[in-house]
Design a protein around this ligand. Structure first.
Ligand code: ADP
Ligand code: MG
Ligand code: ZN
Length: 482
């Protein structure tokens, strides 16, 4: 059968693993930091030694509840841990402690902005689990696998949506929103490259108009927003081709190959594990007090959406500015720190969204570690306000301000960029410019006012951008009038 020409709708549900920002691991006192020498963050519990007993990390539970509340989930006060059994070298116990039939958070929803409209994405569940270790293959001897168990036992929150998304753009919008929320809550650092936030889209196609979902494929190994979009778009094309050729989609897990820009089979459904879940007998079921949950709800910080609205109402910013400034907590904090020092929200917004973000993005740097502090940016803006330097000079020196660690005053001094407002000096330049352009002087004097712009430009140029434009205008009019 050939179905060429049939139109399909894509259906996508997401599984996201977020590493929680606890100091210690999920069930032992080992540190949970990334990037330390192999196997230095281990103990008998996370090494899976017989006879050891896990202890639940209270902070991880608290973070899961706070994330669940922010995602508008119901919190299941009686929840428990289960063993998910499988064999792999990076899993010393032979099972992963997870949550199965009783997850801590259920039935949430987040609204994401797609184009001009907002769309609800339902969160089916969010559950706590421990991470596995890592097999390492970059040693001298490539014939052996090394195992690093530093990550074994670090706490994860797995957040699973309903199959509510219908395009790669919706997936990216959801993922950005989710990442923002987790970062605002300080429960995850959101670093996709380091694996603190891992995303696995499940994707299927169905003929437009059909109710029933098609067979899904799970995509793994995706560690940036760009790869999410690329992998989904590739997979839509691949599945369309298979279906249009009369073929069937195999239920399988596929890996995104960054270098080749394709997805490839990792394992088929037949190879899927039977995890033989059962309640972990070493851990008591959790029974969370309603008071505690209520207190956590009351203490939730302002979330991105609310902050965006407040930026519009409190600072009178356009929706667009408010959206950009609240994309990360660090950037929004930076903006507010500046406005506290310099109460001109729109001017500050222009600088933060323009010059600052450009430099930060080039350097792959977060606003939290910006080499230009809010104080420094504000002192630059104040130099413009006071007329010490022109707006153009301020823009021109920003890259140096960012790169050098010098203060704006130091740079302006060293380069002699102080704006020239001195009438005598400006009159001299104006005189020279007029002498060089007698034809234009005559034009102006015969009533062609628009020539004024030409003269302003020439004077600014002759002064190396340092002339005070207001003063130049004023003096030019006087002089040209003759
Ligand atoms: P599994 O048991 O294979 O993990 P689940 O039913 O638990 O499958 O769903 C895992 C994820 O896949 C969820 O995010 C869900 O929304 C999504 N999903 C389920 N069925 C489909 C489908 N037919 N097409 C796209 N996504 C799906
Ligand atoms: Mg799955
Ligand atoms: Zn340990």
């Amino acid at each position: 059968m050939n179905n060429a020409g049939q139109a399909y709708e894509v259906v996508i549900g997401l599984e996201v693993h977020a590493q929680l920002l606890t100091k210690s691991k999920m069930f032992c006192a080992c540190g949970a930091d990334f990037g330390l020498p192999a196997n230095t963050q281990t103990c008998p519990v996370c090494l899976g030694m017989p006879g050891t007993l896990p202890v639940i990390n209270r902070t991880a539970v608290e973070m899961a509840v706070r994330a669940g509340l922010a995602l508008n989930c119901a919190i299941r006060s009686k929840n428990r841990f289960a063993r998910k059994n499988y064999f792999y070298p990076d899993l010393p116990k032979g099972y992963q402690i997870s949550q199965y039939e009783a997850p801590i958070c259920e039935n949430g929803v987040v609204e994401v902005a797609v184009g001009d409209s907002r769309k609800p994405i339902r969160v089916r569940r969010a559950h706590l689990e421990e991470d596995a270790g890592k097999n390492v293959h970059d040693g001298d001897n490539r014939a052996v696998s090394l195992v690093d168990l530093n990550r074994a036992g670090t706490p994860l929150l797995e957040i699973v949506t309903e199959p509510d998304m219908r395009s790669a753009d919706e997936v990216v919008a959801y993922l950005k929103m989710l990442r923002d929320i987790l970062m605002y809550l300080d429960v995850c650092d959101g670093n996709m490259e380091q694996g603190s936030l891992r995303c696995e889209p499940n994707l299927s196609l169905r003929p437009v108009g059909q109710q029933a979902f098609g067979t899904k494929v799970e995509l793994k190994n995706i560690n940036s927003f760009k790869f999410v979009k690329d992998a989904i778009e590739y997979e839509i094309k691949r599945q369309t081709k298979v279906l249009n050729g009369g073929g069937k989609i195999q239920q399988e897990t596929r890996l995104w190959n960054v270098d080749k820009g394709v997805t490839a089979t990792m394992r088929s459904k037949e190879e899927a594990h039977d995890y033989r879940y059962f309640p972990d007998p070493d851990l008591v079921p959790l029974d969370l007090a309603q008071d505690w949950i209520d207190a956590l709800r009351m203490a939730l910080p302002e979330l991105p959406e609310a902050r965006q609205k407040r930026f519009v109402t409190d600072y009178g910013l356009p929706d667009y500015d408010a959206g950009v400034l609240t994309t990360s907590k660090a950037l929004a904090d930076y903006f507010e720190a500046c406005v506290t020092l310099h109460n001109q929200p729109k001017t500050v917004s222009n600088w933060v969204m323009g010059e600052l973000l450009r430099e930060l993005n080039n350097a792959g740097c977060s606003a939290a570690s910006s080499p230009v502090s809010p104080e420094r940016l504000v002192s630059l803006l104040q130099l413009v306000d006071k007329g010490t330097i022109s707006l153009k000079v301020a823009r021109d020196i920003f890259p140096e301000l960012y790169a050098s660690g010098k203060s704006p005053e130091q740079i302006v001094q060293a380069k002699g960029l102080t704006q020239v407002s001195d009438e005598g000096a400006l009159e001299k330049v104006i005189g020279e410019v007029m002498a060089k352009n007698p034809a234009q002087v005559a034009q102006y004097r015969s009533g062609k006012d628009t020539v004024l712009g030409f003269f302003v430009g020439q004077v600014m140029k002759a002064s190396g951008g340092k002339a005070n434009p207001g003063k130049v205008n004023e003096l030019l009019k006087k002089k040209l009038a003759g």
